[in-house]
Write a protein of this length. Structure first.
Length: 206
């Protein structure tokens, strides 16, 4: 009798296991994002830098899309599980700046534009409210020296509503454009503001 019961239980267990396997949900695919293609910005001849050098800290040298929760350990950096960048944020931002500032300005200056990226993060103030922040320091460097002729910090923020990773990407794209425009405006002001020809060829060839 026991042997007969065992023979009945074996196929029943097989059916149960097959049913459980049918309930397994496939893992959700990771969504990959970039900063899109920005339009080139017009600049007077000789005012664009010879090159743009962007540097970022080690924690931004990954494709993780990072965020903070202001109400829960706000000093902790987190990363979205199902959303990532297609490349490091520093690489994506450098590409956007190159295209916007150098793209349509074939007559360049001898000076270099160095960008130190300090922050690139989405901050959630609540479950329904978030903003994106980009903080960067710009330095205007001569061709053969790392002694800056001028420096400026840029702090940009934009609300990302609704408070989702995807909407955060839209805010990042907008801020990347804003940063390009702010840099172009700053470079145009170097001569007018100082009267020392900081973006002139004599200074930049030093």
């Amino acid at each position: 009798m026991q042997a007969y019961l065992k023979m009945l239980l074996i196929p029943l267990l097989g059916l149960l296991l097959a049913g459980c396997n049918g309930l397994v949900v496939a893992p959700k695919a990771v969504a990959l994002y970039d900063l899109g293609i920005v339009e080139s910005l017009a600049m007077p001849a000789g005012q664009a830098p010879s090159q743009i050098q962007l540097h970022a800290p080690s924690w931004l040298n990954s494709s993780a899309m990072q965020y903070r929760l202001e109400w829960d350990r706000p000093f902790q950096r987190r990363a979205f599980v199902e959303s990532r960048w297609v490349a490091n944020p520093s690489e994506l931002l450098a590409r956007s700046l190159d295209r916007a500032i150098l793209g349509s300005n074939p007559v360049a200056n001898d000076c270099r534009l160095r960008i130190d990226l300090d922050e690139f993060v989405q901050v959630f103030d609540s479950e329904s409210s978030a903003r994106v922040e980009i903080v960067a320091r710009a330095a205007w460097l001569p061709a053969r020296s790392d002694k800056a002729l001028a420096r400026k910090e840029f702090r940009l923020a934009q609300v990302s509503s609704p408070a989702t990773a995807e909407q955060g990407v839209a805010a990042y794209r907008s801020l990347s454009r804003q940063l390009s425009e702010a840099l172009v405006e700053w470079l145009g002001e170097l001569d007018r503001g100082s009267g020392q020809g900081l973006n002139g060829r004599t200074q930049c060839r030093a």
